[in-house]
Design a protein around this ligand. Structure first.
Ligand SMILES: O=C(O)CCC(=O)C(=O)O
Ligand SMILES: [Fe+2]
Length: 246
């Protein structure tokens, strides 16, 4: 299927979704907890095309990262990534989906507010692969309000790779006080399966991927902004460090 046909399949799915119980449930869950799984948002044809492109890109342009980031309390990143610039240069489906206004409108219906393209290009989308025991995307917040994550491959929950989050927390980059965020708050864990999508309020949810014990995990993260993000002066240290060419 070419990109135009894939976008048409998405449009068809979105028009069938309006006001369905699934959409209403997801929207309520997202507003209550800052997280919801929304695998119903895309048809299998679109998911298969995203997976095929992500697999090809991570194989050809994946870079291994092993570092700790001071801005998030020295939490680890152990992963392989393909950055936005490579995806944009060598991909077709993923950049076209990111540009899709209809996709943003569908996400906005769940978020309950307008969903905008991320104004800082390097943060718009990234492919992340965890392959080795101990691989993780450690505790952090993101700069922008929303992440739409396409789960392309994921081991069973007993092997790790599920997502954990603590909603309604605030990121102070100069002094993240990571451990203090957990005191008196609950960590919520969500099981993910291949072909899931999830939406997270990533600027105010401290989140991580539970370290892998075995197996493999592959995701595409599409980041989106809210209007409030455009008024903030955001710095981009974690992303600049994380996605720097090496
Ligand atoms: O891999 C995931 O599920 C989360 C990814 C993430 O938090 C990020 O890319 O900022
Ligand atoms: Fe994140």
């Amino acid at each position: 299927m070419n990109t135009t046909a894939l976008l048409a399949a998405l449009t068809e799915r979105f028009s069938a979704l309006a006001e369905t119980a699934e959409l209403v449930r997801a929207s309520r869950e997202f507003r209550e907890s800052g997280f919801t799984t929304i695998g119903f948002l895309a048809p299998d044809t679109v998911k298969a095309a995203v997976r095929a492109e992500a697999e090809a890109l991570i194989t050809a342009h994946g870079i291994r990262r092993e570092l700790r980031l001071a801005e998030t309390g020295h939490t680890p990143r152990r992963m392989r990534n393909t950055r936005r610039s490579e995806i944009h240069r060598h991909g077709t489906v993923i950049p076209a989906l990111y540009e899709s206004e209809e996709l943003r409108h569908a996400v906005a219906a769940i978020a309950g507010e307008p969903v905008l393209r991320c104004p800082y290009e390097p943060e718009q989308f990234v492919i992340t692969e965890l392959t080795a025991s101990g691989d993780t995307h450690g505790w952090h917040w993101d700069d922008y309000s929303f992440a739409l994550v396409w789960v392309l491959d994921c081991p069973p929950v007993e092997e790790g790779g599920f997502v954990q989050y603590v909603p309604n927390t605030v990121w102070n980059k100069e002094n993240p006080r990571l451990h203090s965020q957990f005191i008196g708050r609950s960590i919520i864990s969500a099981e993910l399966r291949p072909d899931d999508l999830y939406l997270m309020r990533t600027d105010t949810s401290l989140h991580r991927v539970y370290p892998l014990r075995s197996g493999r995990r592959l995701i595409l993260n599409m980041a989106y902004a809210a209007h409030r993000d455009l008024d903030k002066t955001l710095s981009h240290e974690t992303m600049d460090t994380l996605w720097a060419p090496s």
